[in-house]
Design a protein around this ligand. Structure first.
Ligand code: PLP
Length: 382
């Protein structure tokens, strides 16, 4: 009964989403804090103030949302944990200042960055050359590779789990295929600097799209948005799911040249031209207008991450230095799946990947101070 293309599908397996609430959930890199109060009042105001709008199609171009996203990027420099907040809105740290103004025509938004990434794969990568990806990175890339019949060329990471930028560049030069990676990367938590990405851009094919997935950059990475002034083939993907406390909202976006944005919009308009519902548009717009709140949340998470990393190191765990809202850790003498089970028995869910090469490790999301205290006691005696 099934089509032939069904045979090529290898669906993504998300972190467990338990129906009962008995677990502390630190397995999907969600943000432990709620959206800011302004989001709640914008959503309730929209639903009760103009319920008839729920019966109408939303703005297909999400214009207000794109203006709000561009404004937030200009005010934060694209890295919330370093942005200087004086109340509701921020100004960028000196090292994050963007040397031009991000405009709404440089933004494309979709139903979570997973959908955005799917359109990016469709729009820019072909089945006749192998797309360069890191060996260990976001596990949705191979899923989309399979879905769109785009072969991948995975490049090994360095021994310290950073990207091997020279090797990735060399592969792209050979394949003439484009490149995609997360920076900071998942599940390792390690990032590379903007100048390293610039070096890669100088040494890869400028007629192919170069994708940087910045899902975690707000927790301490360096954003590549400033490089857009120099490289029209650079495309940056970002999400509301991690630093903007809105995984349930399903909002992700692209920052790129207006030309690349138009290409992705063409793909969207050939499939589903209303990807973002009216409520999500209202919520997302309100979130971006209150970047100060999210900058504070990001800083709390960074400070918990550092405390937790130090704690684990003192208790014999090997902790890979992280620039994200999670840590990638292992302990000699205990298997990853065993550690996972022992922690689950204490009522806490973390993430273990059975993938060969990272099977000794756990990926643990940073939660609130209280959650991390419980987790620390659970891991202390493993
Ligand atoms: C979480 C994550 C995403 C997906 O985010 P959504 O916007 O929730 O779809 C994309 N890329 C990476 C690297 C992620 O970790």
């Amino acid at each position: 009964m099934n089509s032939k293309r069904m045979q090529n599908l290898h669906p993504y397996v998300p972190g467990e989403q338990p129906k009962d609430r008995k677990y502390i959930k630190l397995n999907a890199n969600e943000n432990p804090y709620p959206p800011c109060p302004e989001v709640i009042s914008a959503v309730t105001g929209f639903v009760s103030g103009s319920p008839e709008k729920l019966g109408l199609y939303p703005d297909p171009d999400s214009l207000a949302l794109h203006e709000a996203i561009a404004g937030m990027l200009n005010r934060t420099g694209g890295v919330l944990c370093r942005a200087v907040s004086g109340g509701k809105q921020c100004r960028p740290a000196d090292e994050d200042k963007i040397p031009f103004t991000v405009t709404p025509d440089m933004i494309y938004s979709g139903n979570g960055s997973d959908e955005v990434l799917s359109f990016v794969f469709y729009a820019f990568f072909d089945s006749d050359c192998r797309l360069v990806v890191p060996e260990f990175s976001y596990s949705f890339y191979p899923v989309y590779g399979g879905f769109y019949n785009i072969p991948l060329d995975p490049v090994k990471l360095n021994r310290d789990w950073t990207l091997d930028t020279a090797e990735m560049t060399a592969h792209e030069k050979r394949n003439r295929s484009g490149i995609i990676f997360a920076n900071p990367n998942a599940p390792t938590g390690r990032g590379i600097s903007r100048s390293q990405v610039r070096e890669m851009l100088l040494n890869t094919h400028s007629d192919k799209v170069f994708v940087v997935d910045e899902a975690y950059v707000d927790f301490g990475g360096e954003s590549c948005i400033p490089l857009l002034a120099e490289f029209p083939n650079l495309l940056i993907v970002r999400t509301f799911s991690k630093s903007l406390c809105s995984a349930g909202m399903r909002l992700g976006y692209i920052v790129a040249s207006p030309e690349l944005v138009r290409t992705v919009t063409t793909v969207k308009n050939s499939l589903n031209h209303f990807p973002i519902d009216a409520v999500a548009q209202v919520a997302g717009t309100a979130a971006c207008s209150n970047d100060g709140y999210y900058a504070d949340c990001a800083r709390k998470i960074v400070s918990e991450r550092e405390k937790f990393s130090t704690f684990l190191t003192h208790h014999g765990w090997n902790v890979i230095p992280s620039q994200t809202n999670f840590v990638f850790v292992k302990k000699n003498g205990i298997r990853g799946d065993e550690a996972y089970t022992r922690i689950k028995e204490q009522g806490i869910l973390v993430r273990h990947f059975a993938t060969k090469g990272i099977e000794e490790y756990l990926r643990i999301t940073i939660g609130t101070e209280e959650q991390m205290q419980k987790l620390s006691s659970a891991m202390e005696c493993i």
